[in-house]
Unconditional design. Structure first.
Length: 153
């Protein structure tokens, strides 16, 4: 099955963990591969109908299995990093204090450099920092699911 999605064994497990997290977050109702395929078929049909009606839409006309899986995984992460209403209502996406954001900036100054070596001001990148911190939380949640599955929890 993972060959269909162009993933190696490790990537496949991570994708399955991300699907499970999306279900836990209420972003999808079912994390199984059959449900993924149904969502892909529905998206492809929606795009087909839009194209047939002459409507403009963003994205490809047709999603292959691998394309659609990556589309969903990216969308789930973005929904967490730039919290969607569903995520906000659950309270699972953390807010970070000004002190935490400032510490990230100070500890990762190399991420905020420009071409000539000067740095972006903290105020200019504060939102970027917040999103980056949420990405770290999201990745940790995925790792927690992977650890639980390895330990049979």
């Amino acid at each position: 099955m993972n060959q269909k999605y162009c993933l190696d064994k490790k990537e496949w497990k991570e994708a399955q963990a991300a699907l499970l997290l999306a279900k836990q977050l209420g972003l999808i109702e079912d994390a199984c591969i059959g449900a993924l395929e149904k969502r892909r078929a529905a998206k492809n049909e929606k795009n087909r109908q839009a194209e047939k009606a002459g409507e403009f839409f963003y994205g490809p006309r047709f999603y292959s299995p691998a394309m659609y899986l990556q589309y969903e995984l990216t969308r789930f992460k973005l929904d967490f990093v730039q919290p969607s209403e569903k995520i906000k209502k659950q309270g699972r996406c953390p807010d970070f204090s000004e002190k935490e954001k400032r510490a990230f900036y100070e500890n990762n100054r190399d991420l905020f450099g420009r071409y000539h070596g000067d740095l972006f001001d903290y105020e200019d990148v504060r939102q970027v920092i917040e999103k980056r911190l949420r990405e770290d939380v999201y990745d940790k949640l995925i790792q927690d699911i992977l650890c639980q599955s390895e330990n049979g929890v």
